[in-house]
Design a protein around this ligand. Structure first.
Ligand code: PMV
Length: 335
């Protein structure tokens, strides 16, 4: 089964689109509290485990797309108002993804604006591929449900499947070989007191893509076999925590899961280490703060940056310890 087969299952026919029509979508980025790390199908980005995330509603990607005249021989891609060179990895990823949706071999003009640093472990590819699918859906007037769009976005990046909703989102791992049951869904909960603080320690591009890195972990980490049960148990606890608004359970589970993922990375070969010195210092500050009675936890993805989890009542104390932190409103409507 390849990606084209999946697209054909979802997008039955493409209606004729006028050249001046622009498709547009904004999608928020998401931070996994129970991480996806490892694929059961590398081609279709099917995960070994389910995952669970929270959206950062105002952080994300806005993408506009239109068809180009047939004389144009290649896609034209703009990122944050700058034309992206064809040799750039960003261009290649987008253009290869667009190959799945070409009509009469026509090229696309893509204009994408992201208010998060690209490829710095802040899930820019999640909102990026989700917004691209949303924009294509708009351009071709497919009128796909969000679970179908979630399946399509997953073909670009696993975490993108979770970027169509605000609030908490659960990505089913699915069991089907075509991945049609591997899509995300929103978890109903409005937890206004819950806050995330972003600690941007370094926004340069990651030295190894999460795509490559997770394959290395699956192939070489001697502890990878405990990862699926670790995530299953974290997901169960996180669901309980969300249901009962139990912040201690939510924070502890998220931090443990992030540390377990980074331990898997460190014990892969070659070892994968996304942390920098500042990452270690900031984690220790979190532990110190907790010892002193301030309930704050962290999570970390495929990059050195830290995301703090805390409750609104502790905002002043957390801000005092981390003055450079950017506070994110989580429960806020996207529309
Ligand atoms: O979707 P990818 O290929 O960018 O991988 C995401 C990996 C993590 O961010 C580390 C975990 C996650 O679930 O988002």
């Amino acid at each position: 089964m390849n990606k084209i087969d999946i697209v054909k299952k979802i997008v039955m026919e493409n209606k004729k689109v006028p050249l001046d029509k622009v498709g547009e979508a904004f999608m928020p980025t998401n931070i996994a509290l129970c991480k996806y790390w490892g694929k059961r199908d590398v081609e279709l980005n099917l995960p070994v485990t389910a995952s669970l995330s929270i959206a950062l509603p105002k952080k994300g990607t806005d993408t506009k797309i239109k068809l180009l005249d047939s004389e144009e021989d290649a896609d034209i891609i703009y990122l944050n108002e700058k034309k992206v060179n064809k040799s750039h990895v960003f261009y290649k990823r987008i253009s290869e993804f667009l190959n799945l949706f070409r009509v009469n071999n026509k090229s696309f003009h893509v204009d994408t604006v992201s208010n998060i640093p690209v490829a710095a472990g802040l899930a820019s590819s999640a909102s990026g591929f989700a917004a691209l699918v949303g924009a294509l859906n708009d351009l071709f007037d497919w009128r796909l449900t969000l679970d179908k769009q979630s399946v399509l976005a997953r073909l670009g990046s696993g975490s993108a499947a979770r970027s169509f909703w605000s609030g908490f989102v659960f990505l089913n791992k699915g069991i089907k070989s075509d991945g049609m049951d591997c899509f995300a869904e929103s978890i109903e909960c409005n937890w206004k007191e819950l806050k995330i603080g972003l600690l941007m320690l370094d926004n340069s591009e990651k030295y190894i893509s999460s795509r490559k890195a997770m394959n290395i972990s699956v192939d070489t980490c001697p502890f990878y076999k405990v990862w699926p049960e670790t995530v299953d148990s974290a997901i169960e606890k996180t669901f309980k925590a969300i249901e009962s608004k139990d912040f201690t359970l939510l924070g502890e589970t998220a931090e443990k899961n992030a540390m377990a993922m980074h331990s898997i990375m460190l014990s892969s070969y070659p070892a994968i280490d996304y942390s920098i010195d500042k990452t270690h210092l900031e984690r220790k500050k979190v532990w110190e703060l907790r010892k002193n009675g301030v309930e704050v936890y962290f999570t970390q993805d495929a990059g050195p940056n830290i995301k703090l989890l805390f409750l609104e009542k502790d905002f002043e104390k957390v801000k005092e310890a981390f003055p450079e932190m950017e506070e994110i409103d989580l429960f806020f409507s996207m529309n």
